[in-house]
Design a binder for this molecule. Sequence first.
Ligand SMILES: [Zn+2]
Ligand SMILES: [Zn+2]
Length: 316
Amino acid sequence: MKLTFLGTSAGKPTKERNVTALALEFDQDNKWYLFDCGEATQHQILRTSLCIGKLSTVFITHLHGDHCYGLPGLLSSKKLDKAFSPLTIYGPKGIKHFIECVTDTSQEHLGYTLKIVETEANSRIIFDKFVLRVLPLVHSVESFAYFIQEHDTTDKLDEQKLRLAGLEPSPLYGELKRGNSIMHKGKEFLSKDYMLSPLPGRSLIVAGDNSKPDILGAYLENLDLLVHESTYTQKVYDALKTKFLHTTAKKLGEAAQKHHIKNLIATHISPRYSRGSSCDAEMICREIKFAYKGECFVAADFDVFYLDRKKKLQKL
Ligand SMILES: [Zn+2]
Ligand SMILES: [Zn+2]
């Protein structure tokens, strides 16, 4: 699975980072998914190979503007692009009102089917490639993490076994791969008897704003990849006069280590951390790595990562 970070800033954009958005693509798929849609996400999409016409589903973690103010423009541009494929948006209670307020005020006729689903914590939704579970977080408004468990898959035939059974490579192999049984020289070949064992699916959490990573509990245990906010380093957070419900690099690193998470990507970085200043995102990375010994990255805009079947995370 491939992740493209379209925005990695917390609260407001900077010259280096736009506000939160993340694209997710599965292997051999013709569609993609978007997690959060901060303002100007559609501008960021234009700078990648992603195409709005192939966007099938948007998951909004919570209704703070840096996570959803990009929706109205994106929905409108989809119509102007004549991308009339249906689109579904999942989000917390209030997402429907937010979108309908804007589209009604602008008398926007989208021309495609827009389904808006207000999800609740702990709901479970089955997609063609994965099962998704909505998990509650700790933030100043209702905020969700989306846990994704990819289905176990195989499309590999045991060719040696087929040959021994008298079936040489032919278009019949395609039928077996599609799960169909076939007849050959009076003998029935059942698809399930000739497929290699399935490859285990990958697991991923994309979390919204959250001050308590541990709230994800058992879902973190041996997780293949966690994408989580890391808004501040601990020292900066401790010096804040007003505390916000966000996670520090230290707390995130400790949670990741405690739960044996295989790979971690930190995002939603406070605008105060900028390249070349005395306070840059490297500090966040170092603080996480002090506690966490797995693979760890702090995402920048347009970073692309691939999580392979062996659960190894690579930055492309
Ligand atoms: Zn935020
Ligand atoms: Zn927030």
